[in-house]
Design a protein around this ligand. Structure first.
Ligand code: HAH
Length: 338
């Protein structure tokens, strides 16, 4: 049945790649959708430090390798995700042999080794990397997140990571990736960081816009303003983690989250209209955008079921829990055909 649906990646072939995040399971269970509709993959977790480098002398490439081999067999682009992040990084990275905070030199040597090893392993296969993920704070005073990286190495850890990644693979496209990236305050902090890196001649080539959005927020105008500001830096843009939660985005810890709700035709229609507006926005900026990646393939396997509320079913993607194209899929495809 799904074979009768037009191919999403073909509909957008002259515009930008359309990608999906996959994991060790979905690269098999969702292979039919991936092969037909997507021209790019991002490993959801399999290249993160805790998975690929769980202990000082242990690299564990096999899960990510399977995804990369799938991509090679199907002619797909691979986005490497992610080298330096405050989450999903084991604590040993920041500790010495006595369990005390490790000296900067040791953390720096580990960072250097990790990037050389991981980027080196996927050289020529992962053509782009999210080098640094989510380094900027959401709100409040200041600029950079107080992450264990910053604590160990100071603000320069960001610059260091980009230079090391460039050394490990001079041909790879290097991205800074973040969420809430269109909120004006955070956008301005991210812009400041990117300008600072560019001024210093740091090899940063693109900005990753995660775009974990909901039905009404952020407004398209806010996203468009952010895209215009980012592209004005001369950087390439990737939409790296697109999904549309059917629940409002409540980020204040003391405000209640919306209760679980059923998925019905009205919701399907609102989701379709939202996806249509998002892809219309991307099409307006297709000369700056090279890749639009969804954070998952189909609604039966999405991180949104557990974020920000554990066990609250969500329907954020273009294919339903039975892998059938949703109304949102048809609207996105039709938009490209106009
Ligand atoms: C992303 N963080 C990460 O980049 C990705 O690696 C992970 O699998 C899922 C989401 C998003 C995020 C957010 O939207 C809000 C608060 C913290 C993190």
């Amino acid at each position: 049945m799904t074979d009768q649906a037009p191919s999403l990646k073909e509909a957008y072939a002259s515009r930008f790649r359309v990608g999906a995040a996959v994991n060790a399971a979905t690269v098999h269970t969702h292979a039919h959708l991936l092969a037909r509709h997507f021209s790019s993959v991002t490993p959801e977790n399999e290249m993160k430090w805790e998975r690929i480098h769980p202990a000082e002398d242990t690299y564990s490439f096999s899960a990510a390798d399977q995804i990369v081999l799938f991509a090679r067999d199907h002619g797909m682009f691979v986005r490497g995700h992610t080298l330096v992040w405050h989450n999903q990084t084991p604590s040993w990275v920041f500790l010495d042999s006595l369990g005390q905070p490790a000296p900067a030199k040791l953390v720096e040597a580990r960072l250097e080794q990790h990037i050389a090893e991981v980027v080196g392993h996927y050289r020529g296969a992962a053509l782009c990397w999210d080098v640094v993920n989510e380094a900027v704070i959401d709100q409040g005073d200041g600029w950079l997140r107080p992450s264990p990286w910053r604590q160990a190495l100071g603000d320069d850890y960001i610059e260091m990571a980009f230079r090391l990644a460039h050394q490990a693979d001079p041909d790879a496209l290097l991205f800074y990736n973040d969420y809430n990236e269109t909120k004006p305050d955070k956008r301005d902090r991210i812009l400041r960081l990117l300008e600072h890196l560019l001024d210093r001649g740091v090899p940063v080539h693109g900005v990753g816009l995660q775009m974990h959005v909901s039905l009404d927020d952020p407004p398209i105008e806010e996203m468009e303003e952010a895209i215009e500001r980012y592209r004005a830096l001369g950087l390439r843009l990737h939409v790296t983690e697109l999904d549309v939660s059917v629940y409002p985005w409540v980020h204040e810890p003391d405000r209640p989250q919306a209760p679980a709700r059923p998925y019905d035709d009205e919701l399907a229609e609102r989701l379709a209209a939202r996806y249509e507006a998002l892809f219309a926005l991307y099409l307006r900026h297709q000369d700056a955008i090279d890749n639009v990646t969804l954070w998952g393939v189909a609604d039966d396997s999405t991180w949104r079921d557990d974020f920000p509320v554990k066990g609250r079913k969500d329907w954020p993607l273009l294919f339903d829990v039975h892998h059938r194209p949703k109304e949102a899929f048809w609207r996105v495809v039709r938009l490209a055909q106009n």
